[in-house]
Design a binder for this molecule. Structure first.
Ligand code: FPP
Length: 255
């Protein structure tokens, strides 16, 4: 990532983009139209991060559970992902955005997987904004995958079970090379994490809004940032300890 932004600017923003379906239903339009409008809001969010110097943005685009939605809606979302990958990646590359996908890629059809691979390869050297798109992704699955990887290391004699600590688990989780999200935003009015980045959100500041994702604009994102700037992040310590000097918690010292 580029040079560190001031502490009032999150280094890493994580977002649940909720409300596309309701946005469309309120207009008596098919839900797919809401997702299309949601894709435009993704660009608003990326532009905002680039403008503010936020180094990492992680978007929850499709959960492991979303595969259970009506076939027509899943099909429309897949078409949208494919189009977005075709349309947006060159421009993201030009603007210095590194694109990565987290989640179970195997569940996507070959043309989408191929474009995901290509987007990652093309943008791998970019450092201005690290954009991670969680697709067929879930926090519990991520933790289970990390546990399997550690168990494999133990079975192969590369690791002793007694040496499995927080850092060892963290190293196997998705986004291990990024600082944990400083700020989490969920649009659409629900106050929950919905199995998104469970491990990584342990000390993240949470911010919720009733605004539906397709109605997102820079003013709303700025509202979230202003609220974030006023929070005291204690990482389990006391306010007095925090006031005294640099935090020594694992979170604050993480990469
Ligand atoms: C949640 O709204 C949103 C999704 C399941 C899909 C998110 C996808 C996009 C924003 C579009 C494109 C994304 C990229 C990365 C190109 P919902 O359908 O659950 O809304 P509801 O709660 O109103 O039903």
């Amino acid at each position: 990532m580029a040079a560190a932004p001031p502490a009032s600017i999150p280094r890493h923003l994580a977002v649940i983009m909720d409300g596309n379906g309701r946005w469309a239903e309120r207009r008596k339009r098919p839900r797919a139209i809401g997702h299309r409008a949601g894709a435009r809001a993704v660009n608003v969010c990326i532009d905002f991060c680039l403008d503010k110097g936020i180094g990492a943005l992680t978007l929850f685009a499709f959960s492991s559970e979303n595969w259970g939605r009506p076939e027509e809606e899943v099909g429309a979302l897949m078409k949208l992902f494919l189009n977005a990958l075709e349309r947006e990646v060159d421009e993201l590359h030009r603007r210095g955005v590194r694109v990565r996908f987290i989640g179970n890629r195997e569940r996507f059809a070959a043309p989408i997987r191929e474009r995901m691979d290509n987007a990652e390869a093309l943008t791998a050297g970019n450092t201005r904004l690290h954009l991670s798109i969680a697709a067929s992704s879930g926090g519990r699955q991520d933790i289970a995958r990390a546990a399997r990887a550690l168990a494999a290391d133990v079975a192969a004699g590369r690791l002793r079970a007694d040496d499995i600590d927080e850092a060892a688990v963290a190293a196997k989780m998705a986004l291990a090379d990024l600082p944990a999200p400083d700020l989490f935003i969920r649009t659409g009015g629900d106050h929950r994490i919905s199995n998104f980045l469970l491990w990584q959100l342990a000390y993240t500041e949470l911010w919720f809004t009733e605004t539906l994702w397709p109605d997102l604009d820079a003013a709303l994102l700025q509202e979230a940032l202003d609220d974030f700037a006023g929070r005291e992040r204690r990482f389990g310590l006391t306010g007095a300890q925090i006031a005294k000097g640099p935090q020594q918690s694992t979170e604050s010292t993480a990469a």
